[in-house]
Design a protein around this ligand. Structure first.
Ligand code: FAD
Length: 446
């Protein structure tokens, strides 16, 4: 498996375009793939359209944390279900996805961190999780270090998986079951007839379907808005690095305010800044400024603002907001969003890693990359039918934590689309919360 997944990687999922389906899924990230997975299990005929490569964007570029810890209470029941699905997924897919329950540890640099962690314990207890606070000496015994952490919060049942292996392997298993997955197949527009979904218009032709799932990650708002559906979604660039193999000081995932590490199956660590991302200002930033004000103010110190996104990005200044389905759309211009990583930040990460683990020293970096994290104003996703357009279901805005919960969201969305009860309270994830005067309640900043 070559990583990072880029547009020049050969397409794996090819074939003629089906003329019709029960459901078309737009987007081959973890959400689209897992939605298709559960729809197929229900015997629904599904076609998945991916403009570039399966998992080319966020779903391969993430840290690989599969965590319950620190989640919004409304997400927790879905995440607990997702964890149960992950446990059986390698066996079901017939391939190792790198899923290991090696735990997640948040570390405290200052007393205020401990207080925040303690505040989240109420949710852990309410949901019967094995999460517990750990003292400084417990931390030192678990993870020998020179960082002087004051303690932390620990969930032993949390897990890791290998992002750039897992989602493509699940897609391979899905294709082997006869599901049509098509790469290089951008959906240019929704096909609407009589005020409801009649299918999609792709770069390769039309697919008839009376139900469509929009799981387009950082591109969802661009497509939705062109169809008259407002979705206040913005994206930030997040830099990540993979070290060369190193001795195993820690087998799970851990983070403090400066950096995050996760042990990989290949013996290296995935290393990233704890609270640092970059925000490219564009037209949607202004359009959504009011909705995002609480989130922006809560994380000013961790955000670097840049005046413009690279050309053709979803919220770049020159990206068209309207186009004809008969010609090239913005989705084909960027097959795979592949932002340049911030090299200065990677150097800082190496220094911080060496300061915390002097025995390992400054790690050699095998590869570095970045991803555009799509986020909603309250840092929780939209999982809902679009009331204004019967037949359309939206599952997007996973807000930086959609990899772990992906299998659970996929099951929920598949049941929503099939007209079944989703099994969880989805009120927190409804689309109308951004337009019906509801107060924006930020999810936990853990
Ligand atoms: C650096 C980083 C670290 C992260 N760490 C974690 C973590 O440790 N744990 C965790 O749980 N989450 C993490 N996340 C978040 C997680 O990766 C995402 O929430 C999740 O992958 C989102 O999945 P998705 O399917 O919604 O979107 P994506 O994976 O972005 O997939 C969307 C797909 O839709 C396609 N698409 C868009 N528009 C169209 C169109 N019109 N036609 C056809 N195809 C289209 C795109 O090409 C893309 O492949 C991280 C994210 C990043 C970037």
């Amino acid at each position: 498996m070559t990583f990072p997944i880029r547009a020049d990687n050969p397409a794996t999922f090819t074939g003629p375009l089906p003329e019709a389906a029960d459901v078309v899924v737009i987007g081959g990230g973890v959400i689209g793939v897992m939605t298709a997975w559960f729809l197929a299990r229900r015997g629904v005929k599904v076609v998945l359209c991916e403009k570039g490569r399966i998992a080319g964007e966020q779903s391969s570029r993430n840290w690989g944390w599969v965590r319950q810890q620190g989640r919004d209470p409304a997400e927790l029941p879905i995440m607990i279900e997702a964890m149960a699905i992950w446990k059986g997924l390698s066996a079901e897919a017939g391939a190792d996805l790198g899923f290991r329950q090696t735990g997640v540890l948040y570390l405290a640099n200052k007393p205020a961190d401990l207080a925040r962690y303690e505040g989240w314990m109420v949710h852990a207890r309410a949901h019967g999780l094995d999460t517990r606070m750990v003292t400084a000496s417990e931390v030192a015994a678990m993870l020998p270090n020179a960082a002087g952490w004051l303690g932390g919060i620990w969930t032993a049942s949390d897990a890791r998986a290998e992002p750039w292996i897992a989602v493509p392997r699940i897609a391979t298993a899905l294709a082997a079951r006869g599901v049509a997955i098509r790469e290089d197949c951008a959906v240019r527009a929704l096909d609407i007839a009589g005020g409801r979904i009649a299918g999609v218009l792709t770069e390769r032709g039309r697919i008839r379907a009376d139900r469509v799932v929009l799981a387009g990650g950082a591109w969802s708002a661009l497509l939705a808005r062109a169809q008259g559906i407002g979705l206040p979604q913005l994206s930030v660039r997040a830099t990540v690095a993979a070290t060369e193999p190193l001795p195993e000081v820690w087998t799970g995932a851990a983070a403090d305010s400066h950096f995050a590490i996760r042990r990989r199956a290949d013996g290296g660590y995935t290393l990233a800044p704890g609270h640092f991302h970059e925000f490219f200002i564009g037209p949607d930033a202004f359009r959504n400024l009011w909705a995002f004000r609480a989130q922006i103010l809560s994380d000013l110190s961790g955000t670097r603002f840049l005046p413009a996104a690279p050309k053709h990005y979803p919220d770049a200044w020159g990206t068209p907001r309207r186009w004809s389905p008969d010609g090239e759309s913005p989705f084909e211009r960027v097959r795979v969003l592949d932002p340049a990583p911030n090299r200065a930040e990677i150097e800082r990460l190496r220094t911080r890693f060496a300061a915390a683990f002097p025995a390992l020293g400054k790690p050699a970096i095998r590869t570095a990359w970045a991803g555009m994290i799509d986020t909603m104003p309250d840092v929780v996703p939209v999982i809902d039918h679009a009331a204004a357009l019967p037949g359309l279901t939206i599952a997007t805005g996973m807000s930086g934590h959609g990899f772990g919960i992906g299998p659970g969201v996929g099951r929920v969305v598949a049941d929503l689309v099939a007209g079944l009860a989703p099994g969880h309270d989805l009120a927190r994830f409804r689309l109308a919360r951004f337009s019906d005067g509801s107060r924006i309640e930020l999810g936990p900043a853990l």
